[in-house]
Design a protein around this ligand. Structure first.
Ligand code: SF4
Ligand code: SF4
Length: 248
């Protein structure tokens, strides 16, 4: 796999550990698409640790019992540094024709964020969603726009924070008060849009999400500037908005 550029996966100590005493058997970790966990009468168990994507910690963010932990990320970074994995990954992608010179620096950023973020799957993307038309919708300042209209007008706000989830999904519910607070506190600069993909899956397809909740941040020109998967603590979310120039 390109992420490791031939370095043996089993030599990298990166997989989840479950504290059985904290596990509340919510089964959120069973959403991992890599089959790392199996469900037993005692709840979730880690059965394929090496299937875990190095650097991913999404299940820990989703875990309602806060029962999942991961090894020290610095040690993983050190392995990458010592073994020159980074440059090998770029060489491999280039050899496979998946990377042109002009894209290298951007892909480097995406890889870095994906592998080294402790806050779930995060990355910058070159996606553009500016498809405004006469039927486009826009949030009222200070209020979350709940819609299934895919044609959002991004132009009046520095950042549009799109929450893609479901109002009955438990970690998504934890995002609801945060969305309202962000809409009220950043009324001038930030538009907050909520899509419920259990009611209408189209927004999930448009934004290419794999798990809920996912937060997508889009600038005034309709370009995606940031993405996060899982519950997003308010202070970390605010840091993303501030970095994009949003003010309270
Ligand atoms: S960290 Fe990601 S890949 Fe690893 S077990 Fe959790 S959800 Fe699956
Ligand atoms: S997500 Fe956490 S609390 Fe829920 S079943 Fe898995 S380990 Fe247990």
């Amino acid at each position: 796999m390109a992420w490791l550029a031939g370095y043996p996966r089993e030599k990298i100590d990166w997989s989840p550990t479950i504290d059985a005493e904290k596990c509340v058997k919510c089964a959120m970790c069973m959403n991992c698409g890599r089959n790392v966990f199996a469900w037993t009468k005692n709840g979730a168990e880690v059965v394929r640790p090496n299937n875990c994507v190095v650097g991913c910690s999404t299940c820990a963010n989703l875990c309602l019992g806060e029962a999942i932990t991961f090894p020290d990320l610095h040690k993983v970074r050190e392995i990458y540094r010592k073994n020159g994995i980074w440059s090998k990954v770029k060489r491999q992608l280039k050899a496979e024709g998946k990377l042109t010179l002009s894209k290298i620096s951007m892909v480097g950023i995406v890889l870095a964020l994906t592998l080294f973020s402790v806050a779930g799957s995060v990355g910058m993307a070159a996606n553009t969603y500016a498809d405004q038309s006469k039927t486009s919708v826009r949030a009222t300042k200070g209020v979350v726009l709940v819609t299934n209209n895919l044609d959002v007008d991004f132009s009046a706000f520095k950042v549009t924070f799109i929450e893609i989830g479901a109002d009955r999904c438990i970690p998504c519910k934890k995002m609801q008060p945060i969305m309202k607070e962000i809409a009220a506190e950043f009324a001038e600069d930030v538009q907050v849009v909520f899509y419920d993909v259990w009611k209408d899956p189209e927004p999930g397809r448009k934004y290419g999400i794999q798990l809920i909740p996912t937060q997508v941040f889009v600038d005034a020109d309709g370009n995606e500037v940031y993405r996060h998967v899982g519950f997003f603590p308010k202070e970390e979310l605010v840091a993303v908005l501030v970095k994009q120039g949003a003010k309270k």
